[in-house]
Design a protein around this ligand. Sequence first.
Ligand code: NAD
Length: 319
Amino acid sequence: MTPKILIIGACGQIGSELTHKLRSIHGQDNVIASDISYANLDIVNSGTFEILDAQDYTSVKICIDKHRINTVYLMAAMLSATGEKYPMKAWDLNMDSLFHVLNLAKEGFIKKLFWPSSIAVFGPTTPVENTPQYTIMEPSTVYGMTKQVGERWCEYYNKQYGVDVRSVRYPGIISWKTLPGGGTTDYAVEIYHKALVDKSYECFLSEETALPMMYMDDAIKATIDIMHAEPEAIKIRSSYNLSAISFTPKEMTESIQKQIPEFKITYKPDFRQKIADTWPNSIDDSKAREDWNWEHSFSLDDITSEMLSNLKQVKEKAV
Ligand code: NAD
């Protein structure tokens, strides 16, 4: 099957980079980008783009018919920190959008579906170190609840209706091309911007808060690897644990200071600290490594080098 792809939420942090990568693999004409607004002109102007509300079933179906789509990546969601401000909106967006594409897949309009889950599916009663694939999951944020329930529905649609849905639990994603969209791990991107401009950063998490993180290139690779794997290889149809590295704000500061010795950090934990305290410190992703040969490439120092050199170039061009 030649993939004819629709990305929903293509203007966001992950969707935008996924769009470019999928276009480089499958060709510009085979990858349709969509979002609820023209928030990312780079994406809007770089190929076919549709304004699409993921909560509007009819619009999604019309777009799929119009472009003869067979593969969907649903990247639209409200993330953890914003979701705590607007709990019902987060629930409605995250659940409506998932049900629409699951039902379109059940009805045969979509042949293959990617939907990302998150480490937010875990909660305060989950073992925090090397969190296993199968463990206690009692998420305490609305965002985490939508991801956990979403996982159950993905598995249900696969088992009951044969829907080919694939998913990973992304950790915090670090990238330089776009700003993150309102998550608890956003400090790990903001810190690099501030390190270059102000040589200082006030962190909204405490210095010893360890969280699982991943460089964008690794996240995109995981997303494409799981979608390209043979269906028999995908044994878990809820969502796979996915991991690269874990670090604290203090360790990240030390990594930055290797390149910017004068960089200083202060700590002023806010409401996001409470969310981070319920999430794992590190993740056991051995099932993804066994089933579809997942492996990551970027260490913390690699990420620091990539982020600082790329952001420096962007800031120099902007002057
Ligand atoms: P983001 O907030 O950067 O992007 C989401 C995009 O969805 C935005 O461009 C937004 O305009 C769009 N959108 C919002 N409402 C929409 C609607 N009704 N219809 C269509 N589009 C709509 O998010 P992201 O960081 O790119 O995350 C993508 C996915 O990955 C989400 O499911 C998120 O939960 C998951 N995830 C992200 C991270 C991370 O660190 N970024 C970590 C874990 C999981």
